[in-house]
Ligand binder design. Structure first.
Ligand SMILES: NC(=O)c1ccc[n+]([C@@H]2O[C@H](COP(=O)([O-])OP(=O)(O)OC[C@H]3O[C@@H](n4cnc5c(N)ncnc54)[C@H](OP(=O)(O)O)[C@@H]3O)[C@@H](O)[C@H]2O)c1
Length: 311
């Protein structure tokens, strides 16, 4: 082969690779958020109850209201009974035709008996949708040995055990029905290994891998498994920042995320976040590392200032 042919071939290959990349980016942004129609959730779920963890605030509470609006009965799981009761009343005031139950559980309790008791309550209803939403962050970005030990433990436990054990405990009824939907709330923090976010970032990568593996194991049995990996949503966990196109409020975010169920296996949940994720994904790792370091320092200083500490 002459040198000219080799150069022409390499150029054509490079063009094809770039074209495929551009097509994939456009597909990831436009297909779930513009072109694909939401599926019939009731049919795919195969049962009338939705179980949502971390249901009394933020994204989890948003899923409760959105799924109630779509006619599902809701079983709320969170740690504070008074907040569960208040959220139940709020939902029933807006959607009086559905049933709402509550189960109080503090997911820092990793005991087998604790999970077994909780699962007994959850399996009293026909679970069509399980939303593994509960998650924690250790306050502010920090290198691992400086994170308070108990907090490090809690973040690792709360971010990984619920999607693992609740999924394992509820799958039997879904498998028997050959229908069901599992939505795991990960985070875009799982896209890159983020210094000073070690436990949070690693646990969210775990959620993404767990979801991908569950799809391989259960999709052919009629069960849909989705990983939603948001960027910044205005919630208590993120300090309730003012909402904007790139920082949606919970209602806007969740409505968008629920519309993607069954159409896409892993996505950020919202078009503004997907645009951010696609373009961030083009950056070299060292640029991302620098941006993460700068943002982490800013957040840590803010947290220290709030607590009256000095860094
Ligand atoms: N907000 C974002 O920008 C963002 C971005 C990416 C991913 N995420 C993920 O989205 C999920 C929800 O985050 P969020 O921002 O909505 O959080 P949030 O506003 O802080 O709400 C968390 C919910 O979980 C409950 N909860 C917290 N710790 C618990 C525990 N140990 N046991 C039982 N329930 C507990 C809280 O109950 P109480 O009301 O009693 O505290 C509350 O209902 C998390 O998995 C998070 O990692 C959020």
């Amino acid at each position: 082969m002459s040198v000219d042919w080799f150069i022409a071939g390499a150029g054509a290959l490079a063009l094809i690779i770039v074209a495929v990349r551009i097509f994939r980016i456009l597909y990831n942004i436009l297909a779930p958020y513009v072109f694909l129609k939401p599926i019939d959730l009731k049919k795919r779920a195969g049962a009338s109850w939705a179980v949502v963890t971390g249901a009394t605030d933020g994204i989890g509470k948003g899923y409760c209201f959105e799924l109630a609006a779509r006619g599902f009965n809701i079983l709320l799981v969170s740690r504070t009974q008074s907040k569960l009761d208040a959220t139940k009343q709020e939902i029933l005031a807006k959607y009086p035709h559905i049933n709402v139950r509550t189960a109080a559980y503090d997911f820092t309790d990793a005991s087998t008996s604790g999970y077994q008791n909780l699962l007994t309550q959850l399996n009293e209803v026909d679970v069509g949708i399980l939303v593994n939403n509960v998650g924690m962050f250790h306050g502010y970005p920090e290198i691992v040995h400086k994170i308070e030990f108990g907090s490090a433990r809690d973040v690792a436990v709360v971010n990984t055990l619920p999607p693992t054990l609740l999924t394992a405990g509820i799958l039997p009824q879904m498998v028997a029905r050959k229908a069901g939907i599992i939505v795991n709330i990960g985070s875009s923090a799982g896209f890159n290994p983020m210094a000073q976010w070690a436990i949070y970032s690693a646990t969210k990568k775990y959620v993404s891998w767990l979801s991908a593996i569950l799809r391989k194991e259960y999709e052919h049995q009629g069960i849909t498994v989705q990983n939603i990996a948001p960027m910044l949503v205005s919630t208590k966990m993120t300090g309730n920042p003012r909402s904007a196109f790139l920082v949606p409020d919970v209602t806007k975010f969740v409505k968008s995320a629920v519309n993607t169920i069954g159409n896409v296996a892993e996505t950020t949940g919202y078009i503004g976040h997907q645009i951010q994720a696609e373009f961030t994904g083009l950056l070299p790792a060292f640029v991302i590392d620098k941006a993460v370091a700068a943002k982490s320092e800013q957040l840590r200083n803010l947290a220290f200032a709030k607590r009256g500490k000095s860094s």
